[in-house]
Unconditional design. Structure first.
Length: 391
């Protein structure tokens, strides 16, 4: 059978096979990006579901508009103020998680061979979603303040065909890094100069453990070129599959056309339940609880890393979100560490797959949100031992 050319770009990775081993119950896994399930508000959702079905069961089970459920979009618009910008219902499209917003972004902006610029490393799910449009990826290095703007400018000056910039400025997946305000402003200046759309992916911004939430890229956007992607996956629960795209009307209309063809609309009942939850309960109080638990887990992981990892290993200290990122000496591949760690029943994700153009095998990502503190301590101690043996 002959498949479309795009299928050549989409291949199963050998890491997925290894990660299947990480699902055994005895494994201490820092591999996934999963929120802590014990914190999901199940009791509240039982009440919410009952209220939705009793008060508006017929509408909740019916088709709804492509844009999404208007009261929910109103509430999302309000919530965006904490990211430093104002928006309106007309500028919000509800999607099936922000992953769908990523898929749509590629379909709206990329033809085969077009360049998409991303951070090096970048979110694997975005890389894979974009690959279906067969673009060229140009990675821009990052430092402690985010993407290096001189490197970005050099690419914009020298390469034609750049069509889209994709970034995760807050607690990046996988690196845990957050951009400084100067870098945010400079990115917008460059995007304006080169007339480019910027996809700002922000699933983790609310999960800030210390300090103030910085203004998003969208807050500096005076020309309507930032497309902001949000989600309730990390602040509420991923199983609801509710995310959103925020953009100026002419851009959002394109996303709406793609959404009609993709799935008509996101689940009516899930949107109404999400809306009802926001009406009946205090999501920000729930987020405060998540922050307490995740901050402790981050602290335990960072202390254990300091105690157990060899001294020639570097890592990020994340101020929020779910991940830290480890860089080993260049001659050590995380893919070689992985089977040895699995023998000790510890798992992580080797970093190589987060670089669309390959390389950087001496890196790996650790997630701290999904394991209790005692297991984090034990897992990092075991991993430290494996690393020391390999050096
Ligand atoms: N963007 C980033 C950076 C992510 O880490 C994730 C989830 N891991 C997503 C988007 C997609 O999340 P969802 O579709 O659940 O909203």
């Amino acid at each position: 059978m002959k498949f479309a050319k795009r299928m050549d770009y989409l291949k199963a990775s050998e890491i997925r096979e290894l990660l299947k081993l990480a699902e055994r119950p005895e494994v201490i896994s820092f591999a996934g990006g999963l929120p802590a399930p014990e914190l999901f508000p199940t009791e509240e959702l039982i009440k919410v579901s009952e209220a939705v079905l009793r008060e508006s069961g017929r509408q909740a089970l019916q088709y709804g508009p492509t844009d999404g459920f208007t009261p929910l979009r109103e509430k999302i618009a309000k919530r965006m103020e904490k990211f430093g910008f104002k928006t309106a219902v007309e500028n919000i499209l509800i999607t099936s998680g922000s992953q769908q917003g990523l898929d749509f972004s590629a379909r709206v902006f990329l033809n085969e061979g077009d360049i998409v610029i991303c951070e090096s490393p970048s979110y694997l799910g975005a890389i894979n979603a974009f690959k279906a449009s067969m673009p060229e990826f140009v990675e821009i290095a990052t430092d402690a303040e985010g993407m290096i703007m001189e490197d970005l400018e050099e690419v914009l000056k020298t390469r034609e065909n750049v069509k889209m910039i994709y970034v995760i400025p807050d607690f990046q997946n996988p690196s845990g890094k957050t951009w400084s305000i100067e870098r945010r402003k400079r990115l917008i200046e460059l995007a304006n100069e080169y007339d480019l759309p910027v996809i700002e992916d922000n699933p983790y911004g609310d999960l800030r453990f210390e300090g103030e939430i910085p203004p998003s890229l969208k807050a500096f956007d005076t020309e309507g070129r930032v497309i902001f992607l949000g989600t309730f996956s990390k602040t509420f629960c991923p199983g609801m599959r509710i995310g959103w795209v925020i953009a100026d009307a002419p851009i959002l209309q394109k996303y709406n056309f793609i959404k009609q063809g993709a799935d008509l609309q996101s689940s009516t009942i899930a949107q109404r339940e999400m809306d009802k939850f926001l009406e009946m309960y205090d999501l920000d109080a729930h987020i405060e609880n998540l922050i307490k638990v995740y901050r402790n887990r981050r602290d335990v992981m960072m202390e254990a890393i300091k105690e157990h990892f060899p001294s020639n290993v570097s890592y990020t200290y994340p101020e929020g979100g779910l991940f830290t990122w480890v860089v080993l000496p260049e001659n050590i591949s995380a893919r070689d560490v992985m089977p040895k760690a699995l023998e000790q029943n510890v798992a992580f994700v080797p970093g190589g797959s987060f670089f669309p153009n390959g390389g950087h095998e001496n890196t790996f990502r650790l997630n701290y949100s999904n394991m209790p503190e005692d297991k984090i301590k034990e897992g990092i101690a075991r991993l430290g031992k494996v690393l020391k043996e390999m050096m």
